[in-house]
Write a protein that binds this ligand. Structure first.
Ligand code: KG4
Ligand code: ZN
Length: 351
């Protein structure tokens, strides 16, 4: 097979997403469709994601999304070589919808099914643009586009530092021991009565604030792990003394955001040094944050490290990253069983 075309479904949380991707053996390819039906407006009224509302909505929108993705790709289901879906981690009732639909499509079309760890989708997403302009392998045993690297993955549910040697060969170097970075953004936003999801709102407010206005803690637990719950509590304790909270919101947001960035950047650089990686990548929903991207980029430049951030359009949950990870896995010979179950706590890798 000179090229492989995959259709992937992502329904781990509150975004219903479908993508179609084609990749040739030399690493070149095209993203033929990438659709995301966001449920943010449905969940905003509750201040967070309501699992049953999310899964019911996935079931409603997924089939029309698949039809639209195929139409945009100029393909029919018979042209597809493999189907993929997120197996976990995520909300059980949400995962079941996309995972079951992909298995059903694979069975109906008589083609393989490949399940994907959502965090592997995020981890590999910085390399998605390399499809359109594949990089020549830097040494003969390197696969095109996926060199060994240190990955900082920052999302709503996870904060991880991973040493990625190759596709599927990962070592966990650090993770959060309490709140994820995105979760801290969302919880602090709620304290400040900003709308859900909090990350983009805090970033917007922070633009008008002073990052040094409040001296919030930079929690540095053991080794390469993270802790953000103390920072959230520090913001809560600061509030009674603030007086005019709406007037001070930009300063609170800028100071909180700076504390998160300082910790993420210093631990990522330390992990790169300790693992000997010369390439640092950034992915996950929080990687949309422009201040984080530019601070980490500059820090890497100062340390003469290469830096690759996931493009913003692939930072928050999407199916293009699941299609990409699924295709790399499929081309490496990996297959999933049609009797496979979802796993809401699926781990990416161990230490
Ligand atoms: O990766 P993602 O879409 O979903 C999970 O897998 O969790 O990440 C969502 C998280 C949310 O917590 C959201 O507040 C955060 O990413 N986020 C941001 C920004 N945009 C999204 N955090 C900080 N700054 C942003 N601009
Ligand atoms: Zn995610």
């Amino acid at each position: 097979m000179s090229s492989t075309t995959i259709l992937a479904l992502e329904t781990s949380c509150d975004e219903s997403a479908v993508a179609v991707l084609r990749r040739r053996k030399d690493g070149s390819g095209e993203l033929l469709a990438s659709l995301v039906s966001s449920q943010v407006d449905l969940h905003r009224a509750y201040g967070g994601v309501v699992p049953e509302v999310a899964s019911r909505n996935h079931a409603l929108v997924l089939r029309p999304l698949v039809e639209q993705a195929l139409a945009e790709s100029g393909l029919s289901a018979r042209n597809l070589d493999v189907f993929a879906a997120t197996r976990g981690p995520g909300l059980a009732s949400s995962l079941l919808v996309g995972h079951s639909m992909a298995k059903t499509l694979a069975a109906a079309c008589g083609v393989p099914f490949v399940s994907v760890n959502h965090m592997e989708g995020h981890l590999l997403s910085p390399f998605l643009p390399s499809l359109e302009a594949p990089q020549p392998a830097r040494s003969s045993n390197r696969r095109p586009g996926i060199p060994p690297h240190l990955a900082l993955i920052v999302s709503g549910g996870h904060t991880m530092l991973v040493y990625a040697r190759a596709v599927g060969d990962y070592q966990l170097l650090g993770r959060t021991i309490d709140d994820a970075a995105g979760e801290a953004f969302d919880k602090v936003a709620r304290l400040l009565e900003l709308p859900y999801p909090g990350g983009p709102e805090i970033e917007k407010q922070a633009l008008a604030g002073d990052p040094a206005a409040y001296d919030f803690p930079r929690s540095m637990p053991q080794e390469l792990d993270f802790s953000f719950s103390g920072l959230k509590t520090a913001v809560r304790y600061a509030l009674p003394a603030v007086g005019d909270i709406p007037g001070e919101t930009p300063n609170l947001c800028a100071s909180f955001q700076q504390a998160v960035i300082d910790v993420l950047v210093s631990k990522a650089l330390r992990a790169a040094r300790e693992s000997g990686c010369t390439l640092v990548t950034l992915s996950g929903g929080v990687s949309c944050n422009n201040a984080l991207r530019t601070t980490l980029a500059e820090a890497c430049r100062n340390e003469e490290l290469e830096f690759l951030a996931c493009p913003s359009r692939f930072s928050t949950d999407n199916a293009a990253m699941i299609a990409f990870a699924g295709l790399l896995r499929f081309q490496g010979g990996y297959r999933s069983q049609l009797c496979e179950d979802i796993d809401p706590n699926l781990a990416l890798c161990g230490r």
